[in-house]
Design a protein around this ligand. Sequence first.
Ligand code: NAD
Length: 517
Amino acid sequence: MKANTVDFGIKDALAQLEIRPVNEGSSTGAINFSNGEIMESYSPVDGQIISSVKSTSRADYEEVITVATEAFKSWRTIPAPQRGEIVRQFAEKLREKKEALGKLVSYEMGKSYQEGLGEVQEMIDICDFAVGLSRQLHGLTMHSERPGHRMYEQYHPLGVVGIISAFNFPVAVWSWNAALAWVCGDVCIWKPSEKTPLCGVACQNIAAEVFKANNLPEGISCLVNGDYKVGEFMSKDTRIPLISATGSTRMGKIVAQEVAARLGKSLLELGGNNAIIVTPDADIKMTVIGAVFGAVGTAGQRCTSTRRLIIHESIYNTVKEALVDAYKQLRIGNPLDEKNHVGPLIDIDAVEMYRKALHEVVEEGGTMLVEGGVLSGEGLESGCYVKPAIAEAKPHYRIVQHETFAPILYVLKYSGGVENAIAIQNNVVQGLSSAIMTNNLREAELFLSVAGSDCGIANVNIGTSGAEIGGAFGGEKETGGGRESGSDAWKIYMRRQTNTINYTKDLPLAQGIKFDL
Ligand code: NAD
């Protein structure tokens, strides 16, 4: 490990999170049966190996599912508010380890330290939400049509919940699922991205400490490591009633079919192609801040990153110039250094996708407003640092219709009324996040109406990225249709049962049917 990263406190963070340094063997994490091949985790920050992890073989996986299934039998019988108390303790541990975990997220994934801390804060927030929820898992009571009968519904846990997560939110997405699933009485098996396995190990260590301190079975929180093959063990496994999968649309289509083939449930959080509409009534200053943060934050590697800016022709040049000026001020470099705005892409493959997209937009007829490029030099040796770029393009270009997970912003011009901008916005296969910048009430309300945005998230005078945990998060169309986190997203982690009790001495049949014997 290089001196400069040690200076940012990485060594101490790894020690606090019980992750072994690279020369001291593999970190497996507590409650982990992995004995398979060694996977090395490289940091995109400096290209160094951080540590290694053993992957989960088929035989290991069988052990994990056995332990999880067994743990479910006791965990489901613990009253939900007591399960909430365990989640509360987990949040306390996260508060203690927030800086260390935030640093690991930053170093292993490449997002800024501030964003790493923000991600851990999201974990804490969802736990707090889940604690309250543990006293509110209520169903309805209905009036029975039969005299002397009581009818109500109740929610029971599903069993083992499988969580497959993406590299870009290496810890928060797991907690969105796990915190809710745990209070609901489910147990979890988590397969983190093979690009960020140490974040998985660190979270697993923290959770295991809490379960152990409360004499609870280890299988309530299980970790499996590996690539898509381990994900496949899970998606094909009839012992896992719900698979929550976050990642690319390509992955989601495969997982959805495998889970559906066994009539399991899936919760899919897939790719986005998020747009901000900028109308003549927009506040330009707010627009620029929202668009720049949305496009370059996390180096354009958020599912909610702003990829398209749909600007009215009357203010097109003004917005364009303001954007180009703002991009001149961006500082790209080590994300652990708080003066930098933009860190690296996750790996060299991602850099290649970025390069190809820039090439393609020009081939299709686009014009670069802010040129891209791969950076090199001191501190940029990983080869993963790229310049945020802006291209003027047309809505129908193939590359504009496609999600490139990189800091590339396409600016598109519209004329006429806001309905034309909405049509451009909706005319993509993805449906995750969307926004309109306007002070015009009619435009804002039309955008939010049934004739407006077709996305799962629609914001007014806020950019596309950065959602709060209190709302249900997810998107439509090829984004997969799943909802997780707040609101009533908990219901997917439970099965609903309708109960009718007859407290009379007769057996009246429903619908007035007579069946005299
Ligand atoms: P990815 O699809 O390459 O991998 C995601 C996860 O799926 C990994 O753990 C991977 O091992 C696993 N996987 C891949 N193929 C699989 C298969 N056939 N069966 C089972 N598991 C499989 O995605 P990524 O590059 O890690 O993440 C970026 C993508 O994730 C982007 O498209 C982004 O928009 C999306 N994303 C969406 C959300 C959301 O909430 N909608 C959130 C974060 C990321």
